[in-house]
Design a protein around this ligand. Structure first.
Ligand code: UDP
Ligand code: MG
Length: 186
């Protein structure tokens, strides 16, 4: 029996369909200002990207899988993944806005204390989506439901050991992707 009214997997309308879903302009739509132009439709189809770091405290606590699971469960695509040890030189580039802050030497010590996992995650509005999923900088007060809120706490280092980094804007994301994944640079 054919069940009507339900979107079928693969037709582009199913909520869980993992492929690129394009904005569909019905062929019967009347021409006029309310109809999106081809240019506008093409622009909204381009997914965003973000650089994520699963920091050494999270790797030590064996939270790589749990953090990647949450990112995938929200529906984003992990398009590049690498486990590596950060160097002070790499971190100075990555944290260019923080190098003059008093806590910067502690950050370098923390971020070089063990391996970390770098990832590029892709999807529409992914920077907003993942900043929201990651939660506030302070793990103690980050809202429950977020990665930092559920999995993080103050271990005596205040806001430093907070499990994850996520780029704070699409521009930062492109700058950081070029640092950690040069072959993905645009
Ligand atoms: N950090 C810290 N003390 C602070 C603020 C930040 O140790 O008062 C650390 C923390 O690990 C944070 C990172 O520096 O994730 C970068 O700070 P930012 O303000 O960019 O926070 P985020 O964007 O990671 O939430
Ligand atoms: Mg930041």
């Amino acid at each position: 029996m054919e069940v009507t009214g339900l979107a079928k997997r693969g037709d582009g309308r199913h909520a869980g369909f993992p492929g690129p879903v394009r904005a569909v302009v019905p062929s019967a739509a009347p021409p006029g200002p309310s109809r999106p132009s081809a240019e506008r439709t093409a622009m909204t189809d381009v997914p965003g990207r973000i650089l994520i770091l699963i920091k050494p405290d999270a790797v030590k606590r064996r939270l790589i899988g749990e953090i990647l699971r949450r990112i995938e469960a929200k529906g984003y695509d992990i398009i590049a993944l690498d486990r590596l040890r950060a160097t002070p030189e790499l971190l100075a580039e990555h944290y260019a806005e923080h190098v003059d802050r008093p806590f910067y030497p502690s950050i370098v010590e923390y971020m070089t204390s063990g391996p970390l996992v770098a990832a590029i995650v892709e999807g529409h509005r992914v920077v907003e989506g993942l900043r929201s999923l990651i939660g506030a900088t302070e793990p103690t007060t980050a809202v429950p439901g977020t990665i930092r809120g559920d999995l993080g706490r103050d271990w005596g280092t205040s806001a430093m050991e907070n499990l994850v980094h996520g780029s704070d804007s699409p521009e930062s994301a492109e700058r950081e992707i070029a640092i950690w994944f040069p072959r993905f640079a645009r």
